[in-house]
Every structure is written in C-alpha cells, then in structure tokens.
Write a protein that binds this ligand. Sequence first.
Ligand SMILES: C[S@@+](CC[C@H](N)C(=O)[O-])C[C@H]1O[C@@H](n2cnc3c(N)ncnc32)[C@H](O)[C@@H]1O
Length: 217
Amino acid sequence: MTSTEPEFLTAARTFYDTVAADYADRFRDALAATPWERAVLGVFAELVTTAGGGRVAELGCGPGRITGHLAALGLDVHGLDLSPRMVELARAAHPAIPFEVGSLLDLPYGDGSLAGAVAWYSIIHTPAEHLPRLFAEFHRVLAPGAPLALAFQVGDTPLRVEEPFGHPVALDFRRRRPERVEALAAAAGLTVTTRLVREPEADEKTPQAYLLARKEA
Ligand SMILES: C[S@@+](CC[C@H](N)C(=O)[O-])C[C@H]1O[C@@H](n2cnc3c(N)ncnc32)[C@H](O)[C@@H]1O
C-alpha cells in the first residue's frame, strides 16, 4: 500500500502478516467449538440463498476459515484481507475460493454488487472515527435487501495485544458496544434485524456480539 495510508492500517497489516501462520493454526478448527457462530453464519447463508444467491464476500477474512465454511454452506464466496500473508494462507487452504488483498475502507467491488457480506472480527482494528466510512463502504457494495453479518468483542476499552505467539508486534483490539455498532450501521442505511450477545467462553475475555443487518431495498 502507499506510504500515506493511515497508521492503523499499516499497524494491522504488520501485525497480521507476522502472526498469520500461528493465527491460522490456532483458529483453523475453532468453528467446531462455537455453535453460536455457526448458527449466525447458517442464518446468513440461508438469507442469501433464499433471496436467489449471488456473490458474497468475507471482508477481513484472515486465513479463510469463515470463508471456507460459507463455501461449504453452498455460497459463492470471495475473501478479502489487508494482510498479504493471510491471503497467501487462505489461498493455500482453499484453492477453489478467490482471495485478494484489500481494505475494508476502500472495497474493490462495484456498487450493489454483493448478495451478502460478512465481517467476522475484522472491524475491531478500525478506530471509531473511521467507522462511518467503513459502514458506508459496506452499504455501497451490498445489493438492496442483501444481508451483512458482523462479529466483534463487546466492551468499552481496547485490549492491547502484545507479543502474540511470542512475536515482537502489538495491536489494539477495539471492543465495541452493540448499540453503538447498530447506530453506525443505521446511519449508513443498514437496518439491524438480529442481535445476539453471549457470555465469554473458554479463554475469551469479553462477551461476544453477532449482528445481522440488511441494506434497505
Ligand atoms: C481477528 S482476524 C479475523 C479473521 C477472520 N475473519 C476469522 O474470523 O478468522 C482480523 C482480520 O481482519 C483483517 N483486517 C483488519 N483491518 C482490516 C481492514 N481495514 N481491511 C481489510 N482487512 C482488515 C486483518 O488483516 C485480519 O486478518
């Protein structure tokens, strides 16, 4: 990317390029232990399919574990991520799925071209002042009526993750209030239809939120 990009994008790319292989190993099979995540993704897939299908995207796909799951649910899915190393790993793990490097803030998709989009724990590195642009991009690329699925950690203060998997990098994981995310979605023209907040499980430190929204027709 260019040297003029915002620092938070450079920091997120550096962090995820560095931890990509360890992250992929750690989370490769995590969906098997998270039935609520599978449930929300299953509803998302049904909404897309019953509306006639079409191309969907996982935005901030990392190593493609969610993208692969959506493909297994029968969706025509593409993946996009800021981190070139993550995209490499996603391509290696899922050779039949197209993956590309890109940013949530400047999506390489035409207006109204997606039948659905998923942003699974990928809005968590964008500072609050940039979120209106991010939701405006989600709204722009979705077709009228198309669903958006979001997952994020619930809270008010960022968690600074330092030396993940022993690597000398650090990044803020920005926890969010579901009502604040709903308001941002609504301001961009996306109506939240479903909200699920569950208590932390296993080694999670916060409740987890899942939202389904729809671009108004
Ligand atoms: C916590 S990981 C989640 C990956 C995947 N969705 C999953 O659930 O396994 C966050 C991912 O979002 C990507 N990401 C963060 N900010 C991004 C941005 N502005 N544009 C594109 N990708 C971004 C990171 O590179 C990273 O791969």
